[in-house]
Design a protein around this ligand. Structure first.
Ligand SMILES: C[S@@+](CC[C@H](N)C(=O)[O-])C[C@H]1O[C@@H](n2cnc3c(N)ncnc32)[C@H](O)[C@@H]1O
Length: 214
């Protein structure tokens, strides 16, 4: 990670306890636009939204679930698919996973996740790239809020289903995004999650945690 990358994160975020998951603190932003503009200024090119600067409802419920039921991941090899801030990966490590890999395609997400792991004193490995292209095998796959765009969501869901068929426990947490799957799911829990109005146009999001059926 470069000093400039770290700097942009430290300047636009502050250390904040995660709603519903006070066990974890993250470098979180309160506003999307100034940070997004700053990333585009730095890169002098269009950039993806800084998803990594927010704890999305998906990872919040995954984290809450694992910390309440640590046997879900204890002694398991766990992938956090589209890890953003790294919240779900951090919770998996705190819950006692044997190995945790966080994967995201956004290079700044990698930097943010590393800062967040250090803040919470956990060890998580990081893969920068498309999770769907990763050849490794996991016991548990965490997918928080990854069904927000049509084409990537289709590829993601197909890959997650294939992993579930292969025997992995695939946990999909979704606050009702348009491209989330509607079948082949077993409901595990429903949560009411506090969210930022600027991002979600509401203060609370009902978020469901599903087990994907292979
Ligand atoms: C809305 S954010 C959710 C982040 C995190 N899971 C959470 O719930 O806070 C979605 C993240 O998934 C990442 N992503 C989506 N599809 C991906 C893929 N196929 N491989 C790697 N990262 C992916 C995006 O870059 C983004 O950081």
């Amino acid at each position: 990670m470069t000093d400039a990358e770290q700097q942009i994160i430290l300047e636009h975020t502050r250390i904040t306890p995660v709603p519903l998951v006070p066990e974890v603190r993250l470098y979180l932003a309160e506003q999307l636009v100034p940070l997004w503009q700053a990333t585009e200024w730095r890169a002098a090119a269009p950039q993806p939204p800084p998803f990594w600067a927010f704890a999305w409802p998906g990872s919040i419920v995954l984290a809450r679930y694992m910390l309440d039921a640590p046997d879900t991941v204890q002694a398991k090899r766990v992938l956090d698919f589209g890890s953003g801030s790294g919240l779900a990966a951090i919770a998996a490590a705190l819950a006692g996973a044997a190995e945790v890999v966080a994967c995201d395609m956004d290079p700044l997400a990698a930097v943010a996740a590393r800062l967040n792991c250090a803040l919470n004193a956990v060890e998580v490995n990081y893969v920068l790239g498309d999770c769907v292209a990763q050849p490794y095998e996991w016991n548990v796959i965490l997918a928080g809020d990854v069904c927000y765009e049509r084409e990537p969501a289709e590829a993601t869901i197909a890959w997650l289903r294939m992993q579930a068929s292969r025997g992995a426990l695939v946990l999909l947490a979704d606050p009702g995004r348009h491209y989330a799957p509607v079948d082949g799911l077993e409901l595990l829990q429903t949560y009411e999650v506090p969210v930022l109005k600027e991002l979600e146009s509401t203060d609370m999001k009902r978020t469901r945690l599903w087990r994907m059926v292979g």
